[in-house]
Design a protein around this ligand. Structure first.
Ligand code: ADP
Ligand code: MG
Length: 359
């Protein structure tokens, strides 16, 4: 289903303009990500699609039809909606949570439950979780149930508002992979909201970058937005947490740990690359190196990488830093903090100077 915003503005009763003259066409069968800093109007934009929020001006069209022509409860039942903490009913079992919409739509209890059990499997959860209550699940499992519940409507449109933001980075990556896998099968029109640019470029076929005040800053493929930001706002927004990780600082042993060019797994890479790039996962942990001169199909994956050397944990004996530098294909030893996140890099020469004194 195509979703079109035509000159949409939302001004809340207190005068806040959350969305300002937004015109945007979300293409059928794509994952379109609305990304931008907190308060930029992402949630408001999303909720105008299912009429949880009504625009002050302009129109929202689904396949060319004004959403105002649809009765809100009917419209909402026909559009899957997933939110941050899954929004599950605490006193209903997992199966009953998932069966909510089918039941509301007049399915029989039995058929609705069968469908719910099927969906548990679709989102990668074991059937025995069906009889549990939400509080008996992990955060990641709850989000999967939230996705299953949204899929139960079997609607062509799925709205997802920061659905994975509250789970830890490793679980989040799993959920993202799962969503991409599901989407390759289901081909829905998914509007996904996040404030995390890494998540946006990983999931989005298209990315809409919003700035505070609900103004559309840029709309394009992840590669376009990363390579050709239209202005300084977009450049700094997409550049945050990209490009370089770590600041130069001097280690306890007097070694200057330098910033290192990084690239996150799942991001598009403009090739051929000019230098060694350290690949990191969503948690900022090193995963290997991308060699100079590399070109990458679409998005960076583990298979594109050269395995890294040993890691040097900051604060441990300096000898480890030498091992890290000597074992690194880039000649740069990776320094990580106690949580395994990249702090920067050192060379063997630097360490030898400390151990032996300058040559
Ligand atoms: P985001 O999801 O990008 O963080 P929101 O759409 O939630 O942004 O909010 C956009 C702006 O609108 C913010 O300034 C927020 O404070 C304001 N806002 C959101 N909901 C309301 C409301 N019900 N009444 C008044 N202001 C609101
Ligand atoms: Mg929001």
């Amino acid at each position: 289903m195509t979703i079109e915003f035509a000159g949409v503005t939302k001004r809340y009763p207190d005068g806040t303009v959350a969305v300002d003259d937004l015109s945007l066409t979300i293409e059928d069968g794509t994952i379109t990500v609305l990304v931008g800093p907190s308060g930029c109007g992402k949630t408001t934009t999303l909720r105008m699609i299912n009429r949880m929020v009504e625009p002050t001006a302009g129109k929202v069209l689904l396949d060319g039809r004004d959403v105002r022509e649809s009765d809100p409860p009917v419209l909402r039942r026909g559009i899957g909606y997933v939110i941050q903490h899954a929004g599950l009913f605490p006193h209903r079992t997992v199966v009953d949570n998932i069966a909510t919409v089918p039941l509301l739509s007049g399915w029989g209890k039995r058929k609705a439950r069968e469908r719910a059990a099927e969906l548990l499997e679709t989102v990668g959860l074991p059937p025995e979780l069906g009889s549990r209550y939400p509080a008996q699940l992990s955060g990641g499992q709850q989000q999967r149930v939230g996705v299953a519940r949204a899929l139960a409507a079997d609607s062509p449109v799925l709205l997802m508002d920061e659905p994975f933001s509250a789970v830890d980075p490793v679980v989040r990556e799993g959920l993202q992979d799962e969503l991409l896998r599901l989407q390759s099968r289901l081909g829905k029109t998914i509007v996904f909201v996040t404030h995390d640019i890494d998540e946006a470029v990983r999931l989005g076929d298209k990315v809409a970058v919003l700035r505070v005040g609900g103004r559309l800053a840029q709309y394009g493929t992840p590669a376009e937005v990363l390579r050709h930001p239209v202005d300084d706002f977009v450049a700094s927004f997409v550049g945050r947490d990209r490009g370089y990780r770590g600041l130069s600082f001097v280690d306890a042993d007097g070694v200057e740990v330098r910033a290192v060019p990084t690239i996150a797994l799942g991001q598009p890479v403009e090739g051929p690359t000019a230098e060694w790039l350290l690949a990191v996962n969503q948690a900022g942990r090193p995963r290997g190196w991308l060699a100079p001169g590399s070109t990458v199909d679409e998005k960076l994956a583990e298979r594109d990488l050269v395995a890294g050397g040993s890691l040097y944990h900051r604060g441990t004996p300096i000898r480890g830093a030498l091992d890290a530098a000597l074992s690194s294909p880039a000649g740069l030893g990776v320094v990580v903090d106690s949580g395994g996140e990249v702090l920067g890099v050192v060379t063997a020469r630097q360490i030898l100077d400390v151990i032996q004194g300058p040559a």
